[in-house]
Design a binder for this molecule. Sequence first.
Ligand code: ADP
Ligand code: ASP
Ligand code: MG
Length: 406
Amino acid sequence: MSLTIVQKYGGTSVGDTTKIKNVANRIKSYYEAGKNVAVVVSAMGHTTDELVSLADQITDNPPKREMDMLLSTGEQVSVALLAMALESIGVPAVSFTGSQIKMMTDGNHSNAKIDSIDRTRIDKAFESKRVAIIAGFQGIDKEENITTLGRGGSDTTAVAIAAALGADECEIYTDVNGVYTTDPNKVPGAKMHKQITYEEMLELASLGAGVLHSRSVEMAMNYGVTIHVRSSFHREPGTLVVSEDKIMEKMKVSGVTVKSDQARITIPNVKDQPGIAAKLFSALSAKDVIVDVIVQSSPHDGINTISFTTAKKDVITAKPILEDIKKDMTSGEIEIDDSIAILSAVGVGMKSHVGVAAKMFQSLADAGINILMISTSEIKISCVIPQSKAQDGLKAIHSAFGLDQI
Ligand code: ADP
Ligand code: ASP
Ligand code: MG
């Protein structure tokens, strides 16, 4: 039986027709080695951003269904061009949209979750010795509306296909050599990992390391798919994302991230009584507002303050909810600060080492950076800081943890 390989090429890897031809040549070498090749492709270059900006020119608040209809077109262009490029060099190929492979999702437009995939058409492509080229980022719901999986979601399409086909490895081709200790485009001293655990990669991706879509890592972990993040510009191996038991040396801190697309909402003068937090956060979650760091001050004279962070784009949804429950919660004015950033350090070794948080706080203090909020888990520490200090803070903690020297 032929070995099945799944490859995903991101927007920069298919940014123009020359790059698409290069990608086709790379695929050809795997095809000629006798492999069944399934390829997931993103939209070319900045196409998705350009489509978003077209919608912005029409309205501030486009219907989510129509937005997905619009954004999914980017991937349809690149799958067709890649299939043509392969055919032109003698490699039989067939392209598929999400609906053609029954990539079934829930109906949550712009952030849909995959329920199931029908592999029949992909198997037929393999039987007829064709490369299957699949549009990333898109699916359909039960009513056959086109959905999208969230920005960067083609990674998740690729891992889902790898899981459905039982492929051992899913190669994610991108514009950097692998997963680094932090974004190498922000901190030039960042170092590449040969391997990283699912757990760490999941935290890093959720905390702003845009190199992988966080749901792709979650899915790879659940289905035991090894992810290989590597460059589409040369043949060197990149970073393997694997389970913890495959890694001998556990790093105290393996990566640092910064997320600047966040806002902090503060509700002062909150009555200290049962049910208040439940009411607030249930109302937000009912409208799919994702809340990240939450801090509640200790009560003073029966009054406390609740602060939380959420994505800037969700503030527009959160505002009417807050207005609605304001009178039951507080006599004060709700503050929204969108000039914050969340700085985080992640590492599985934190489970067994002390002093990691102290080191992070000290390095921020030395850089003169004020910490606005703190949150921790077993393998991460996050500090909310002023956005104007994001870049300085990232560099400070990256070197404090010795990550430029690994
Ligand atoms: P693609 O279009 O291939 O999906 P993305 O732009 O989504 O590419 O992801 C690659 C980018 O992720 C890199 O160019 C880099 O700037 C960014 N990045 C952020 N954090 C990291 C990290 N820890 N390691 C590697 N790249 C990172
Ligand atoms: N084209 C989509 C985006 O730009 C999906 C992806 O690239 O993964 O977000
Ligand atoms: Mg990406």
